[in-house]
Ligand binder design. Structure first.
Ligand code: AN7
Length: 352
């Protein structure tokens, strides 16, 4: 049985058997080869999808949260606090529940997907909604933590979060036997892209791989400060997870992408929607809108040439968290209602 990322990568993460570990057996998520997407777009590149939506709370945040909360408990912290666009909230609340401490969660009012709010509440998180953006909420919790040493901040500015999230890179190499040519990833607060880079570099330093991937990061057009080079005061995108205008790890992420010969670019709302649809309908993978940004970026950047042999797209969160998006795409119109189904189901199916 997979024991979770700390036990699974104990040495690499600097833990020992004696350390107390708070885990929900996160990690070890599947890496699928997207043969239907390759065929549909006529690509010669191998496309892989790492589905982080299959973590215990449905997003990649669990990888960092197990490390951050384990450390907080070891240091005698009385509670944890975070700002969140939703997934950090769900993850923090779950790991705090397992650890038996409270989680204080500051969210931008009316801007997070309902499924994520439901998760945070179900796990017993103390949810505090503020009138303002995620960036404002993060500023607020950072100042609160400075004043209150009973609390540990578990946003990705916490180095333990980034340490745990490196394991996504480890797992990719453990499956493929090498790093892919390209790692594509959605970018919000810019922690995860930085963590993957640290992970690949750690594997290279340990002699496990020789080559590093190029990092391709994708932001939503209406929330793309790393593309325009300017903070966005009023970020807008339906991909609420990455509705972030002043990424805390922005500089680190830009440096990592440059070092890797990669880039950060923007994808439009329509490109996100098309990619989201293809992932579900061609590969059977239901992701939340923000997560589709990685495939959206790859499908518009890649050509049918063979220059790039392999790409891994990180699919950061589960589609069940944001069911409203399905309705907004008009998919409820595809349901045949009892009234419409005047004939028997039998004859309806016979026409197919
Ligand atoms: C599904 O939960 O910032 O670039 O507060 O939930 O590391 O911020 C979420 C971010 C991508 C961006 N995909 O990752 C939060 C939060 C999903 C996410 C990102 C997030 P970062």
């Amino acid at each position: 049985m997979w024991p979770g990322i700390i036990s699974g990568y104990m040495d690499l993460l600097g833990f020992t058997e004696r350390d107390l570990i708070v885990s929900l057996h996160e990690g070890n998520t599947p890496l699928y080869q997207a043969s239907n997407l390759e065929k549909a777009l006529g690509l010669k590149t191998r496309i892989y999808l790492k589905f982080e939506g299959l973590n215990p709370t449905g997003s990649f945040k669990d990888r960092g949260m197990t490390v951050a909360v384990s450390r907080a408990i070891r240091e005698g912290t009385k509670g944890i606090i975070c700002a969140s666009t939703g997934n950090t909230a769900a993850s923090a609340a779950a790991y705090a529940a397992k650890a038996g401490i409270p989680a204080f969660i500051v969210i931008p009012n009316d801007q997070i997907a309902l499924g994520k709010l439901a998760q945070a509440l179900a796990y017993g998180g103390e949810v505090l909604a503020v009138d303002g953006s995620f960036d404002y909420a993060l500023e607020l919790v950072r100042s609160l933590v400075v004043e209150d040493d009973r609390l540990a901040l578990v946003n990705s500015v916490n180095p333990d979060r980034l340490l745990g999230q490196r394991t996504g890179a480890f797992e990719i190499v453990d499956v493929l036997g090498e790093a892919p040519d390209v790692l594509s990833i959605p970018v919000g607060n810019a922690g995860n892209i930085s963590a993957y880079w640290d992970g690949f570099k750690q594997y290279k330093a340990a002699g496990i791989i020789e080559k590093l991937p190029a990092l391709w990061g994708f932001q939503a057009e209406g929330a793309a400060p790393l593309v325009t080079g300017k903070a966005v005061m009023d970020p807008r995108t339906r991909a609420t997870a990455i509705r972030i205008g002043r990424p805390a790890s922005g500089e680190k992420a830009l440096q990592a992408t440059r070092e890797s010969n990669g880039f950060v670019a923007a994808v439009s709302e329509e490109e996100i929607m098309t990619a989201w649809n293809e992932l579900a309908r061609l590969e059977g993978i239901f992701v939340e809108p923000a997560s589709a940004a990685s495939w959206a970026g790859v499908r518009k950047t890649l050509t049918s040439s063979r220059d790039i042999d392999s790409v891994v797209c990180i699919l950061t969160g589960n589609g069940l968290k944001d069911q409203q998006y399905v309705l907004e795409q008009g998919l409820h119109q595809n349901v045949v209602t009892p009234e419409e189904l005047e004939e028997s189901i039998d004859s309806y199916l016979r026409r197919w």
